[in-house]
Every structure is written in C-alpha cells, then in structure tokens.
Ligand binder design. Structure first.
Ligand code: PLP
Length: 487
C-alpha cells in the first residue's frame, strides 16, 4: 500500500503500449531516412541502422527503474551490474544519481563507472572474484577500493600486486604512504537453483570456508569488510533472497568473531563488517509499474501467450522486495547495525528499456501453404543467444511500411491481405540451420524492407554478442516525439 501511494510520482513515464511502441520505432526510421536524404555526411552507423536494424533505448525507463528501486528497497543502494549492458548513455543516466553505483567485472567497465560518477571510486565495486593479474594491476592503479574474492589464490595475487604497486611508486618517488590495499568482500555460495543462469558453480566460497578465508586475508594484511552473494541471474524465487541473506548474516557473524580474535592477538583495530552485498538476479519486470500492462498488450495483440503468466513464473523485483526489505530490518536494524547494504541489479535496469528493431532483408513465401520465411541481421549467435541458452521465446511486433517511389518517404501500413495472419519463421543471418530466432509464429504478410520489433532486449544482448557491439543504439531522452541521439 505504501508503494501505491507513491506511484503517481514514481511513474511519470509509463512504458508504451504495443501501438505506441510501433509508432515510436516508425518515427525513428523516418528520421533516419530523412537524415539519409538531406545529410550527405551521414555516418555509416546510420546507414547500417537503416539496413540492418538498430537498438532503441528509452532512457526514461532506466530512470523510472531507479526511482522504483528506491521505493522498493529503501535501505539498499543499487550498484548497476555493467556486465549486463555497458551502454554508455545508460551508465551516464544512472551515474547522475549519487544513490547509484556500479558493479564492474572488467577494466573497461571500471573506466565507464568512473567516467559516469565523476571519478568517484566509492561508487564502484570490482565484483568479479577472479581477475587476470594485469587487470588487477590496472584496477589498483585506478584506485578501486573494494573488490570481491572467493579463494586464497586470489588473496595472494591481490597482496602481491598491491605490494608491487607500492614498490613502483617508491621507486618513482611518488606518494604511497596513504595508500591502503583494497577492502575485501567475501563472495559466498547460496542456493541458486531457481534461476535461469545459476552462478554458484563458477563463483563463491562455501560458507564453511568463511573462517579460514578471513584468517588467510588477515594473515596477508588484507581487510575483510563484508559478504556478497548472487542468487543467480533471472532468479525465479523471491524466498531465495531471504535464505541467502540469512546465510550471509551467519557469514558476517563468523567474520566479526575472527576480527575480535585477531584484534586481541595483534592489537590492530579492525572494524566489524560493514558491507552486505545481495547481488543481482532481479527480473526485468519490476511488478509495480506499467511494464506488465505493456506486456499484456503485446501478448493480446499477437494472439500469442508469450507474456501470459509472467507474474506467476517471474518473481518480480517487487516480490523480492517484500521478502528482503523486512528481513534486512530484522537482521540489521537500521539504528544499531553498522552494515551498509548494497545490491548489483543488472537486467532489472535495462531489460525493458531496449527494443531491437530488425529490418527484413530477405523473405520467401511457399505458394501452396502460404508459409512465410523472413531473414534478419541478428540471430542466435548474436542478440538472440537466449533462444539456445535458455529456451527463450521471442515474438516480434510487426511494423509494415510502404515507400513512395517518387519522394522516397515512408508511411506505416496498418493492414495487408485483410489482416490475415500467416505461419511464419524468422531466421538469423548465419549459414547455420539452427539460427532460428522465432519458429512458426503468426504474422501478417510482411515484405522485404518491413520491420520486426523485439521487446525487452536490454539484458545480456549488446554486452554478450561481442561481434555485434557496434550495433547502433538510438536513444529516447525527453517527452513524446522528442528524440535525440548521442553518437
Ligand atoms: N553481480 C554479479 C557478480 C554477477 O555475476 C551478475 C550476473 O552475472 C550480476 C551481478 C547481475 O545479475 P542480473 O543481471 O541477473 O541482475
């Protein structure tokens, strides 16, 4: 109920319905076309966008997500996981708010986080527990103050790299006395079986190693300041966060007891743990805004059950907050606990903010059955990798256009063949027969040059499809019809 009373303020911008989304994309195509005909210095990116398609990013959705986050998780500072989508304008949008930091997994992400926060290192956490030595060296030179770890080898590496850095500064006659080694956050494994992409096999220490790892860190002269975990990306069980937070509280208690013991032993004044990092994994659907309306609209329009049951299957971020918010209050009471709680949401911020607009570059019709085949420039080895990895189903919104041969202008077509729908398959561009983006969906009659709009394309798309990272992104920044771009 509390949230409901905030809604009018939190959601100034409602995500567009299917219809307005088509119109928005059409305006983008139109403006690209206009630039094409009037501007001879058109960049090759714009030409590519018209030929191969582009991402359209609504930065207002990113802003709205941040507002919604603070309402749902008032005690928890989000550190957006840049690995999910290192788009510069998204990072700059979130970076404008001092209440948002960045989880970085690589040096390029650290640099992006620093440039988005005015160089504020406290708003970055290097949350990849395994790093190449060269990357560690760079991160220490960049002054990153906190990083996660889950094993002894990494601790030793960090100590060596830091000591080498100090030696180097000494040799060069540079200031080094004030420098401290990075503060360590211990990543533990928690149950992650209810997630689309579990991470526990790859990252995290078993909770029964907390004591040993903390002792090892102290023996090496490194401070352990907190605990982190990740319930798996696309976590479908809100209760998993509750379980994980309780396990993490147990780990914090162990670390605090080792701190007391070591302080007594060596007379140092280590402070009790001060960080709990509850990771990412939240659905791209926040569950309290317009997103669900938008998805239902798309579903109805296409007569396809793509989003039906989204609320049942998906634990929305809101559902997670109903578990997490009271629990952190119970375990870490605001007025007496020294613990700062942070989180690393990735897909939550960006999934719904990006749509992929694909231009049909080739098409075939089977005369007898009417079955149609369409070809687009991205496939399962690119933006649509989740078709293979997670059995994800992508149903596009069709956007039919007609070009005037004389003027070259385009217009939207509402209906072809009296609105008849045909069984259609959409293929990606590779020579592989498994490169199927969408099999046997119902689409109106589409032609070469028409567009297919794929919604919710912001998470692990641009960042993962490395060879596609040059895919143009166009941005919606202001009110309706106000479209600007930032190259
Ligand atoms: N934090 C860490 C350490 C991760 O490994 C990931 C994803 O792999 C994330 C945060 C972001 O997860 P999500 O996008 O599911 O929120």
């Amino acid at each position: 109920e509390d949230l409901a009373s905030h809604l009018p303020h939190a959601f100034e911008v409602l995500p567009p319905s299917c219809d307005t989304l088509s119109k928005t994309v059409f305006h983008q195509i139109q403006s690209l076309k206009q630039q094409c005909s009037t501007n001879s210095s058109l960049s090759s990116k714009d030409e590519d966008a018209l030929d191969d398609g582009f991402m359209l990013c609504d930065l207002k959705i990113v802003q709205r997500k941040l507002k919604a986050w603070h309402l749902m998780f008032p005690r928890i500072k989000p550190f957006m996981a840049l690995k999910c989508n290192p788009d510069q304008n998204v990072a700059h949008t979130l970076g404008l708010s001092p209440a948002c930091g960045f989880d970085c997994a690589s040096i390029s992400e650290i640099k992006l986080a620093l440039s988005s926060t005015g160089g504020n290192r406290k708003r970055c956490v290097y949350a990849n527990p395994q790093r190449a030595r060269a990357d560690l060296e760079q991160s220490i030179k960049l002054g990153i103050g906190s990083m996660t770890f889950d094993g002894i080898e990494e601790l030793q590496k960090i100590r060596e790299v830091f000591d080498n850095h100090i030696e180097e500064l000494k040799e060069n006659g540079e200031e080094y006395e004030s420098l401290e080694p990075p503060q360590m956050i211990l990543r533990i494994v928690v149950p992650d079986g209810h997630s689309t992409v579990p991470l526990g096999e790859k990252f995290g220490a078993s909770p029964d190693r907390v004591e040993l790892l903390t002792e090892k860190a102290f023996d090496l002269g490194l401070d352990v300041v907190g605990v982190s975990f990740h319930c798996g990306s696309g976590c479908h069980d809100a209760e998993a966060y509750g379980t994980a937070i309780r396990i993490a509280k147990g780990a914090i208690d162990i670390i605090d007891s080792v701190i007391v013991r070591y302080n007594e032993m060596d007379g140092k004044k280590r402070e009790p743990c001060c960080v709990l990092d509850i990771g990412g994994g939240y659905s791209g659907v926040d569950g309290i805004g317009g997103d669900l309306d938008r998805f239902t609209a798309i579903s109805n329009d296409m007569n396809e059950p793509r989003f039906e049951g989204t609320t049942d299957e998906d634990e929305t971020a809101y559902k997670v907050s109903t578990v997490v918010t009271p629990l952190v209050e119970e375990l870490f009471p605001n007025d007496s606990s020294p613990i700062h709680i942070i989180s690393e949401p990735g897909r939550y911020f960006v999934e719904a903010a990006f749509v992929y607009c694909a231009r049909i570059y080739s098409a075939k019709v089977e005369k007898e059955t009417g079955f149609r085949t369409y070809y687009i420039s991205q496939g399962v080895q690119g933006l649509f990798k989740d078709v293979l990895l997670c059995d994800e189903i992508f149903i596009p919104i069709p956007l039919m256009v007609e070009e005037d041969d004389n003027s070259g202008t385009i217009s939207m077509v509402n209906e072809r063949s009296n609105g008849t729908l045909y069984e259609s398959t959409i293929f990606g561009p590779s020579g592989e027969s498994f490169d199927v983006v969408c099999k046997s969906c119902q689409l109106p009659e589409m032609k070469i040059g028409d567009w297919l709009i794929f919604d919710r394309m912001g998470a692990y798309t641009l960042s993962i499809a490395a060879r596609d990272s040059s895919l143009p992104v166009r941005y919606i920044l202001g009110g309706e019809g106000h479209v600007e771009r930032d190259d």
